[in-house]
Design a protein around this ligand. Structure first.
Ligand SMILES: NC(=O)C1=CN([C@@H]2O[C@H](COP(=O)(O)OP(=O)(O)OC[C@H]3O[C@@H](n4cnc5c(N)ncnc54)[C@H](O)[C@@H]3O)[C@@H](O)[C@H]2O)C=CC1
Ligand SMILES: O=C(O)[C@H]1O[C@H](OP(=O)(O)OP(=O)(O)OC[C@H]2O[C@@H](n3ccc(=O)[nH]c3=O)[C@H](O)[C@@H]2O)[C@H](O)[C@@H](O)[C@@H]1O
Length: 451
């Protein structure tokens, strides 16, 4: 089949490449000419495992092209996907400006029957608007069908997730259009759920908010664990052994970041509000996430009294490992808090340094490698759990840093790991670990923690 994909970000690019890989003829359209030029040359514009070789292969085999021109892809396509961004607006709602612009540009160039599929995350009712926006620009008599096909891939494993998705949601009133989308993805052999438009749109928000809620829930358990001397990782393990709960998304830490959980949780709260309902879980999830970001900075303040003029190393910048995406990355708010407290901050990330550079305050020093980042540091904050950090030799902290203290925002290390490295260790929802010589000075801190 022939497909056009509008928007070549994380979702559009991966969708386009995977569809081409499945044997379809795909045209990817983006308004950003620089991005299009890079992609047309086989250079991935995002860091995603497995994407680069698949992109080049599909281009070489002649099944994948990139353009800024809608008329080079949409009129010929059996299916046109919209995968442009739907960022948060100033009121916490989904900003549909890009979706509308894409729909209108599609309308400008099509005639005859066209199936428009929305992959972007959009509030219930938007697909009906998309149909109208396309129709407003298309010639009279154009037969337009819309399908809601929300996306569930995770950044960092986007290609794998697309090939091994748990489900394909196809929301459509036009049965033929829904069938066509089902046929397009049939080679993936993914379980399919057919729904009406509004249910498909709500499934996406409900899924993201539910996962975000699980994270906020376990982060609240971490807050309780900190106060009563329990270990949140054990609590999560015990909870997760119940298949009805599942162990996934129960990792306590710094709170969720990224381009979707924060915005989608807020957007669903607004969707509910506009429908006359107060969505208490949405509000609570968001509130807990905000307070979680500062937990270890607060622990550091308890520990040191002041962070003024301390040299602090921050390991990891991207919102999670496996991606260079800096959208809503918790590292940024931690850096801000540390600098507000007067600390000197050095950062190191194995992948995201380039994307992070324009977002960092000028006084932040970016190290080129792990060793350089630790050299002379007073205290280390592990923020993104890249393999390089998970596998690091902890004795490096003892040997390179002037004070051997690690604040682990992701609960990466065990008590045994840090004890054998002889470092002081603070984490989330777990007891702090002190080398013998600082146990006495730490007594007050432990008292405050209630341990
Ligand atoms: N990033 C993710 O992991 C996931 C994102 N989503 C949803 O998918 C949608 C897209 O997200 P991302 O891929 O992260 O966005 P992105 O911001 O990475 O990419 C969007 C792309 O659309 C292009 N664009 C914007 N307006 C355009 C127009 N009028 N015509 C042509 N191109 C245009 C931009 O230049 C950009 O390349 C959002 O609604 C998001 O909520 C859903 C699941 C996963
Ligand atoms: O709509 C989207 O954009 C996507 O949002 C998330 O995917 P993503 O944001 O790429 O990454 P996740 O792996 O879900 O992690 C999100 C955030 O939660 C945090 N997290 C995740 C899991 C956990 O147990 N604890 C935790 O703090 C991560 O560190 C990260 O900051 C969802 O998992 C995808 O299904 C969805 O398609």
């Amino acid at each position: 089949m022939k497909a056009a994909v509008v928007g070549t970000g994380y979702v559009g690019l991966v969708t386009g490449v995977v569809l081409a890989r499945l044997g379809h003829q795909v045209t990817c359209i983006d308004k950003d000419p620089e991005k299009v030029a890079k992609l047309a040359g086989g250079i991935p514009t995002i860091h995603e495992e497995g994407l680069g070789p698949m992109l080049s292969a599909c281009i070489d085999e002649g099944r994948l092209t990139f353009t800024t021109a809608y008329d080079e892809g949409c009129p010929q396509a059996d299916v046109v996907f919209i995968a442009v961004g739907t960022p948060e607006d100033s009121e916490g709602k989904a900003n549909l400006t890009f979706v509308r612009a894409a729909a209108e540009s599609i309308g400008d160039v099509i005639s005859g029957r066209t199936v428009v599929v929305t992959k972007s995350t959009v509030p219930p009712g938007t697909n009906r608007k998309v149909k109208q926006w396309v129709a407003d620009k298309a010639p009279a008599g154009t037969d337009i069908a819309v399908v809601s096909n929300p996306e569930f891939l995770r950044q960092g494993s986007a290609v794998y997730d697309t090939f091994h998705a748990d489900r394909l949601i196809i929301g459509a009133e036009d049965i033929r259009a829904g069938d066509l989308v089902e046929k397009l993805f049939a080679p993936l052999e993914v379980p399919v759920l057919r729904t009406d438009l509004e249910s498909a749109e709500l499934i996406k928000y409900a899924s993201n908010t539910f996962l975000a809620m699980k994270i906020s829930f376990i982060n609240e358990m971490a807050q309780i664990a900190d106060r009563i001397g329990a270990d949140v990782t054990k609590v999560a393990k015990g909870m997760g052994m119940d298949r009805r709960i599942s162990p996934d998304f129960l990792k306590a830490g710094i709170g969720y970041g990224g381009s979707c959980f924060p915005k989608d949780t807020k957007a669903l709260t607004r969707i509910a509000e506009e429908a006359g309902y107060e969505f208490t879980y949405g509000k609570a999830t968001d509130h807990v996430n905000d307070q979680q970001k500062n937990l270890l900075v607060e622990k550091a303040l308890f520990r040191f009294g002041s962070l003024k003029d301390m040299n602090i190393t921050l390991l990891g910048l991207s919102f999670k490992p496996g991606t260079d995406d800096m959208r809503e990355a918790p590292s940024l708010s931690i850096i801000e808090s540390l600098m507000e407290e007067g600390a000197n901050v050095t950062v190191y990330d194995p992948v995201a340094a380039e994307k992070a550079a324009p977002l960092l305050p000028e006084t932040v020093v970016t190290a080129n490698d792990l060793k350089e980042s630790l050299d002379g540091s007073d205290s280390v904050f592990l923020v993104t759990e890249w393999d390089e950090f998970k596998q690091m030799d902890l004795s490096m902290i003892a040997s390179l840093c002037s004070q051997n203290i690690l604040f682990d925002e992701r609960n990466v290390f065990t008590e045994e790991d840090v004890k054998s490295a002889g470092i002081e260790y603070h984490s989330v929802g777990r007891r702090s670990v002190y080398p013998e010589e600082v146990v006495k000075t730490a007594a007050y801190y432990d008292k405050v923690q209630g341990l």
